[in-house]
Design a protein around this ligand. Structure first.
Ligand code: PLP
Length: 395
């Protein structure tokens, strides 16, 4: 019997063999992941099987996903308009609520216009390839989120990663490479999702102006918690000039969906070109209504906006770490197995703190990622700090 005739047992092995051998190698390097069922409740509590845990594992920084007014808005829109959008926004899925949502986003970000996508991931893989292509270059922070990289790869532009938050390194790349390419995009996160630090946006904006490049900031972890809720560009005085402000409605806004805030012309162009907008179904009306209500709450500037960062600072003070600058505090351990063990030890004490391993973070930098939310009490933060000290996690 020839190899071809053996069908599934070709030279590359069977589908089963592929899956099992790959899973085995992930297991051996402590990189295998699995889905756990978690039921989230108000007040930063999750139920996992029989255990009830205090969660430091959630991006719902303001607790808006459980805010009664947000829930009510979502239910009412669902009753009125149904569960699903039924079609792409460009066909018949462009629900009237979109106009309100996009106006609210543009107001919050002080831009002319905004365009809402199905998710933050879809925004990044749609917008980036709409703006740059084969003859262009993209400089991106080496710690950029995976979907920024996916968008950059889809664009087929030349990719030039620069060292994390290192404007000097970015400048040297621009100096030697910029003239060889037509257009240039600089990609960064505003608050880095796994490190919690801020990008030096004013310096990046200055380089963008000097080298004729466009600055694109992914504000997923800044909206609602940094810059009086308006995002990372507004953490600076005067605010940094960021012509492309992208983000998500799934974190502090507590709902779902992604967005780009920019000029009217840029948004209109993206509406015409972004494949992930054109060829994907619109958001459910209930989700749009929830996001509108959340943005209304954020824009009203309640005191609660400062709480996640204040709690993160309380934690860093209690543990002797450098002052937190965002609600995300990483405890870098290095080894994946040791990180998994630290996470399990905290869980035995009732605290859910996820282990983040490569390839989400660079090799050798596995960490616990602590996310503080307005829903946490000071007592819960102090308790977490005590457990971290007692378990010798920072030693
Ligand atoms: C979560 C996240 C995204 C993706 O947003 P979704 O709406 O969840 O798809 C994009 N960028 C960054 C930096 C993120 O942390």
């Amino acid at each position: 019997m020839t190899t071809a005739m053996k069908g599934q047992h070709g030279p590359a092995g069977s589908l089963e063999e592929l899956a099992l051998s790959k899973l085995d190698s992930l297991q051996r390097s402590d990189r295998r992941r699995s889905l756990r069922t978690m039921s989230r409740r108000a007040g930063a509590i999750v139920n996992s099987g029989t255990a009830e845990l205090v969660s430091f594992a959630c991006n719902d920084y303001l607790g808006l996903s459980h805010e009664p007014d947000v829930i009510a808005a979502s239910i009412e829109a669902t009753r009125l308009y149904g569960v699903g959008a039924g079609a792409s926004r460009l066909i018949s899925g462009n629900h009237p609520l979109y106009e309100t949502l996009e106006r609210r986003l543009a107001e919050l970000k002080s831009t002319e216009d905004a365009i809402v996508f199905g998710s933050g991931y879809l925004a990044n893989v749609g917008v980036i390839p709409a703006l740059v292509g084969l003859r262009d270059m993209i400089c991106l922070d080496e710690l950029s989120h995976s979907c920024l990289l996916s968008g950059a790869q889809l664009s087929r532009s030349a990719l030039m990663p620069y060292r994390h938050n290192d404007a000097g390194h970015l400048e040297s790349i621009l100096e030697s490479q910029r003239s060889r390419h037509r257009r240039c995009l600089i990609l960064t996160e505003g608050v880095f999702s796994m490190d919690g630090d801020l990008a030096p946006l004013p310096e990046l904006a200055e380089l963008a102006a000097r080298y004729d490049a466009w600055l694109y900031c992914d504000d997923a972890h800044a909206l609602g918690v940094i810059g009086n809720g308006r995002g990372a560009a507004f953490a600076w005085t005067p605010p940094a000039h960021v012509p492309l402000q992208m983000g998500t409605l799934s974190k502090a806004a507590g709902a779902y969906g992604g967005y780009l805030c920019a000029t009217r012309a840029v948004c209109d162009f993206v509406r015409n070109r972004a494949r992930s907008l054109i060829y994907s179904t619109g958001l459910p009306p209930g989700t749009i209504a929830a996001a509108i209500k959340s943005l209304e709450i954020i824009a009203s500037g309640p005191a609660v906006l400062d709480r996640p960062l204040a709690l993160a600072r309380l934690f860093t003070r209690l543990t002797g770490l450098p002052d937190a600058v965002s609600p995300i505090v990483p405890l870098i351990i290095g080894d994946s197995r040791a990180t998994l063990e630290a996470s399990a030890a905290l869980e035995r004490r009732g605290m859910l703190v996820p282990a983040i391993r490569p390839p989400t973070v660079p090799a050798g930098t596995a960490r616990l990622r602590i996310a503080f939310s307005a829903m946490h009490g000071e007592d819960q933060v102090a308790e977490l700090a005590r457990h971290v000290r007692e378990l010798g996690i920072l030693a």
